[in-house]
Write a protein that binds this ligand. Structure first.
Ligand SMILES: NC(=O)c1ccc[n+]([C@@H]2O[C@H](COP(=O)([O-])OP(=O)(O)OC[C@H]3O[C@@H](n4cnc5c(N)ncnc54)[C@H](O)[C@@H]3O)[C@@H](O)[C@H]2O)c1
Length: 365
């Protein structure tokens, strides 16, 4: 057996359920091409070299369960496979802090906590050490500002790397990055960018209009879905950083920013019957030669969890490469290619070239 990657999970929700079931899907269909990963082999690591060794959540029905069972607990709704093989890790209790919003509380049923965050901190660090966790993946709900800071400090203290899949800014925040750099721990973030999701589609369309010299007068991207992620995001006060992340991802592709009153990019509503299907509408209105107007209207219907899981397996393998190479701090190229709100934004084509160079070891980060 080759080298393994030992991963811990913060938030055993739908994204993680998709990640586990997707990897198992390819194990069962060995020989079929793995769609949506950068390479089947990244620096000697295949998607099958990932082990999930620790996990943390606040849901009553997930804590204490083996990970392969916990991913099927409601309100999780990824059902690509009826079951996955045993995973030898038990979901442990995390502090709730600001993790659970008002609209998801009834769906998640958080555990009644008897320990303080400080007491749990000691147990969590012990669990990370005992299980040999090398990196944590953060899948906390949007708006969990305090919880993300708590977990970023845990990563620093327990000496593990961090992949931040959601929009509380760590990898794109200079102060946090310097803390990880000082500890020699790699970070990728923030806010995972789907394989062909609303963000990348909107970025490419906006850049196309910009590159072809049109003037964009107004643009919107609205998104609806039916899982807990979308239920959580109807609580508008939790959305500030999500809107920044999504809007900046698009604005960064324009030579001249659109006025704030001319652009809307964000999660929009919760339609329970959609489950993990996400529907995105993009509309761009602008002008071309002789001030003649044009309009682009585009609809994307996609499995939101399939969209993120392939990206996550590449992030995990890139973080492992950084460990192998002794590189700490933020990995700017993988972050630009894989995340919506990286510390440095590039076009997606440039980011792909940089990512290849990182994998090949031609650039440090
Ligand atoms: N395509 C995508 O799926 C995509 C893209 C970009 C970002 N994201 C982000 O990834 C994150 C995860 O998405 P998801 O669909 O898995 O969400 P989810 O609601 O299915 O899962 C969140 C999990 O976190 C747990 N949780 C809540 N508070 C917690 C706490 N304080 N500590 C530990 N666990 C806690 C919940 O019980 C749940 O199991 C979200 O922030 C989402 O916006 C997803």
């Amino acid at each position: 057996m080759g080298k393994r990657i030992r991963v811990g999970i913060i938030g055993v929700g739908n994204c993680f359920a998709g990640l586990v079931q997707g990897i198992e899907y390819y194990r069962r269909n060995s020989g079929s091409p793995i769609i949506g990963v950068m390479h089947e082999d990244i620096g000697g690591y295949r998607i099958f070299d990932i082990d999930f060794v620790s996990a943390f959540d606040v849901a009553e029905n997930k804590i204490g369960r083996r990970l392969d069972e916990a991913i099927y607990q409601p309100p999780n709704c990824v059902d690509w496979l009826p079951e996955v093989p045993m995973i030898n890790a038990i979901v442990r209790e995390a502090p709730i802090l600001d993790g659970v919003g008002v609209y998801v509380e009834k769906m998640i049923k958080p555990v009644k906590q008897t320990k303080t965050p400080e007491e749990l901190r000691k147990e969590i660090i012990k669990e990370l050490n005992d299980t040999g966790t090398e990196m944590l993946i953060n899948y906390l709900p949007v708006g969990s500002e305090k919880a993300v800071r708590y977990w970023s400090n845990i990563a620093l203290e327990a000496n593990v790397g961090l992949i931040n899949c959601m929009p509380v800014f760590i990898a794109s925040d200079k102060q946090w990055v310097s803390k990880f750099e000082k500890r020699g721990l790699p970070v990728i973030g923030d806010d995972i960018k789907g394989q062909v999701g609303a963000t990348i589609l909107n970025r490419v369309l906006a850049k196309l209009c910009d590159d072809r010299g049109t003037v964009i007068d107004q643009m919107y991207q609205i998104n609806v879905g039916g899982n807990t992620d979308f239920a959580n995001m109807i609580e508008r006060s939790r959305l500030a950083s999500k809107k920044i992340s999504k809007t900046e991802a698009v604005q960064s592709q324009l030579r001249q920013r659109l006025g704030e009153d001319r652009i809307y990019v964000g999660p929009s509503d919760f339609l329970p019957f959609l489950g993990n299907t996400k529907i995105c509408y993009i509309n761009i209105k602008g002008r071309m030669f002789a001030d003649r107007s044009f309009e682009i209207e585009c609809k994307l219907t996609v499995d939101d969890k399939s969209n993120s899981a392939g990206i996550a397996v590449d992030a995990i393998r890139c973080l492992k490469l950084a460990f192998d190479r002794g590189v700490g701090g933020v990995l700017t190229s993988p972050s630009a290619y894989l995340m919506k709100h990286p510390p440095i934004q590039y076009s997606d084509a440039e980011a792909k070239i940089l990512m290849e160079k990182f994998i090949a070891g031609e650039i440090e980060r």
